[in-house]
Design a protein around this ligand. Structure first.
Ligand code: FES
Ligand SMILES: [Fe+2]
Length: 422
């Protein structure tokens, strides 16, 4: 049961009312009330596998980074060549944070408060002046669930039933492998902290209705017919727009297949763990774009993974509404949204290239990041403006357009998650 100040019956009423209007946005409370934030953390973020980062950020023993979400902080640390661990950043003595810097390298994890010291395996190694009978082996750091998926690090904050990672994401492996994510390296990282509820960030990424008014650069790269068909992934546009785009897609797929590339389409649907999707589609075949760059020319000379010759495709992997990878033949972009509170969301983005690609020799990081950095800055602005308006007393949820079909699916999925908790 949800424990908070608003009685469950109130939440239930709001959820039930939202169900009655599947074609409209959510009511204000969902985007601003503490109670819904608490419910979201428990029903969504403590259940899902969350994309935390990439293994190439911690190649050496003892290297770590922190994954912060809501009130939690998770230490993700490399124990050895084969093992990356995740621990709650909470000292087992009196609860201090153990690691304070966002990233670093440590031989041991020593709490700054009274110097309890943990190994990279989380076991307590030293605790000064403890009374007789104190058993160090009972005070290791609490472990957090962790899985690696082709170099991507996922964590799960569940303290109950753990959703099956392999079952949810097995079918996405071939596309991830083809892209060479496991052996990629980080070219650039950027944060776009956004003053908005995570659902506004997520919903914005699920529709490309806003692309024409808000993203002029993105619309230079991606042609209008594709933006309308599935600018934000399969099922984001209308059936008519998808049908109109199909011949272009078929033509490109045939060409890509002759190069030996895999072009799966996976759409696990609204009843799946994270409404996961995986797909490949051409960036801009009409203009012969080879990469998601402003002029379509590759941003990195070394192509990723199995690509020997650019087919101008984009691989899109959506693990859940807050964990994505979008990749051209030559670079990949990892996106993650993590709520800090009801009206603040961390938007963390990482660009990956081939592990052997040399900065300023094979790639200019400015070219690699340009399109998405520009687009994400615009997204931050429009999403924050959206939150401001949603907080007005005059706000009423308006109807979705035919370009926001994926938002309708998300709304149902989200309400289903909440209801499971009630
Ligand atoms: S709280 Fe960590 S050593 Fe005391
Ligand atoms: Fe956008």
């Amino acid at each position: 049961m949800i424990t908070n100040q608003v009685p469950n019956s109130e939440l239930e009423k709001l959820i039930e009312a939202a169900r009655q209007e599947p074609g409209r946005a959510l009511e204000q409370e969902f985007y601003s009330a503490r109670e819904f934030h608490t419910a979201d953390m428990r029903s969504v973020f403590r259940k899902q596998w969350l994309l935390a980062g990439h293994v190439s950020s911690i190649p050496e023993r003892g290297q770590y980074f922190l994954f912060d979400i809501d009130k939690e902080s998770i230490i993700i640390v490399r124990e050895n060549e084969d093992c990356v661990n995740a621990f709650y950043n909470v000292c087992r003595h009196r609860g201090s944070r153990v690691c304070l810097e966002k990233e670093g390298r440590r031989k041991l994890l020593t709490c700054p408060y009274h110097a309890w010291t943990y190994g990279l395996d989380g076991m307590l190694k030293a605790a000064r002046l403890m009374p007789e009978g104190f058993k160090k082996e009972e005070y290791g750091l609490h472990a957090c669930h962790i899985r690696l998926f082709e170099g991507l690090i996922f964590i799960n904050l569940s303290n109950g039933t753990l959703p099956d990672f392999d079952e949810a994401y097995r079918s996405m492996l071939p596309l991830a492998r083809q892209q060479g994510l496991a052996t990629a390296k980080i070219a650039f990282k950027q944060s776009y902290p956004t003053k908005a509820n995570w659902k506004l960030v997520a919903e914005n990424f699920m529709e490309c209705y806003h692309c024409q008014p808000a993203h002029p650069e993105y619309c230079v790269v991606h042609p209008q017919d594709q933006v309308l068909a599935f600018g934000a992934g399969p099922g984001s546009g209308s059936d008519e727009a998808a049908a109109a785009y199909q011949p272009t897609l078929d033509l490109w797929e045939a060409e890509s297949s002759t190069m030996g590339y895999l072009n799966d389409t996976i759409d696990a649907g609204v009843f799946s763990l994270g409404m996961q999707q995986a797909v490949r589609y051409p960036i801009n075949p009409q203009k012969g774009f080879l990469s998601e760059t402003i002029d379509g020319s590759p941003a990195c000379k070394k192509l990723m993974g199995d690509f020997r010759q650019a087919d101008g495709g984009e691989t899109a992997l959506a693990f859940n509404p807050f964990s994505y990878v979008l990749a051209s033949n030559d670079f990949a972009v990892m996106f993650r949204w993590t709520p800090r509170d009801e009206m603040n969301t961390d938007v963390e983005v990482t660009w990956l290239v081939h592990e052997d690609a040399e900065e300023n020799v094979d790639y200019d990081p400015r070219n690699v990041v340009h399109v998405w950095d520009t687009t994400l800055k615009q997204d931050k602005k429009i999403t924050e403006d959206n939150q401001s308006g949603v907080c007005s007393e005059s706000y009423q949820p308006g109807p979705y357009s035919t370009q926001e079909a994926r938002n309708v699916v998300f709304k149902q999925w989200y309400l289903d998650q909440l209801e499971l908790l009630l």
